[in-house]
Write a protein that binds this ligand. Structure first.
Ligand SMILES: *[C@@H]1O[C@H](CO)[C@@H](O)[C@H](O)[C@H]1NC(C)=O
Length: 224
């Protein structure tokens, strides 16, 4: 990417914003959604610079950044769904999972702040990202500042549900795994999304119950 003078100047002014965002984190394995031109077109240049400067920042901070920006399009941005980050910028980063699969995830807590967190599967076709499966993981207390960062809060597994609605999550851009971490004490909320598709046998899912067993839950290539 070409670093223009404008871009660098924006990063400099952003340092004051990011220093306020002292709690934050993001999916690092698999890597969560990243900003790109689709994000810039929907949420505006300032939001794009903000996410390029630090992907970890909070949604309330983004709301302040986009306020009064001419190129912020609220009907396409949807900051409360995956921080507004877009599938179109992440088409090459779609995971493939089977129903019932155990999925190891890494969410890096770049700086803790006491809150609560949970992981859902969301329907990306709705503006708010309707929850299809909730509490795949749930922490009543997350990233407490009164204890060292818990390894189990950064490295953990979820299980892909076997009962997602039929015809959902079959194509990229339909569903995401969303981490939601809210730190009420500082009025900051963080999200990170992983795009995925579900492939593999599930009688409940695709009506092929007659086959009666998993076809292949083994390692398979993405995009087969
Ligand atoms: C779980 O995450 C969803 C967003 O994905 C959020 O709306 C909900 O408030 C969260 N629940 C808790 C208990 O944190």
């Amino acid at each position: 990417m070409q670093l223009t003078t404008t871009f660098l100047a924006s990063l400099t002014t952003l340092s004051s914003i990011t220093s306020v965002a002292n709690a934050h984190g993001y999916f690092t394995n698999p890597k969560g959604r990243q900003p790109g031109t689709a994000y810039q077109n929907a949420c505006g240049q300032q939001a794009y610079y903000n996410m390029m400067g630090s992907i970890n920042g909070n949604i309330q901070g983004l709301e302040q950044v986009v306020a009064n920006q001419d190129d912020y399009n609220p009907d396409e941005c949807w900051l409360w769904k995956c921080k507004g980050l877009k599938y179109a910028d992440n088409v090459d980063n779609v995971q493939t999972y089977a129903p019932g699969q155990t999925i190891p995830l890494t969410f890096t807590i770049a700086a803790p702040h006491t809150g609560h967190a949970n992981i859902s599967i969301i329907d990306l076709s709705t503006p708010s990202g309707t929850i299809l499966a909730s509490n795949l993981k749930h922490w009543p207390t997350y990233a407490s500042t009164s204890t060292p960062i818990q390894t189990s809060q950064e490295d953990f597994s979820i299980t892909m549900p076997e009962d997602l609605p039929a015809s959902k999550c079959e194509k990229g851009g339909e569903c995401a795994i969303q981490m939601f971490w809210d730190a009420p004490g500082v009025s900051q909320t963080y999200e990170s999304c992983i795009d995925f598709v579900v492939k593999g046998a599930s009688g409940k899912r695709d009506g092929e119950a007659g086959r009666g067993h998993a076809r292949d839950f083994g390692v398979r290539e993405v995009g087969e």
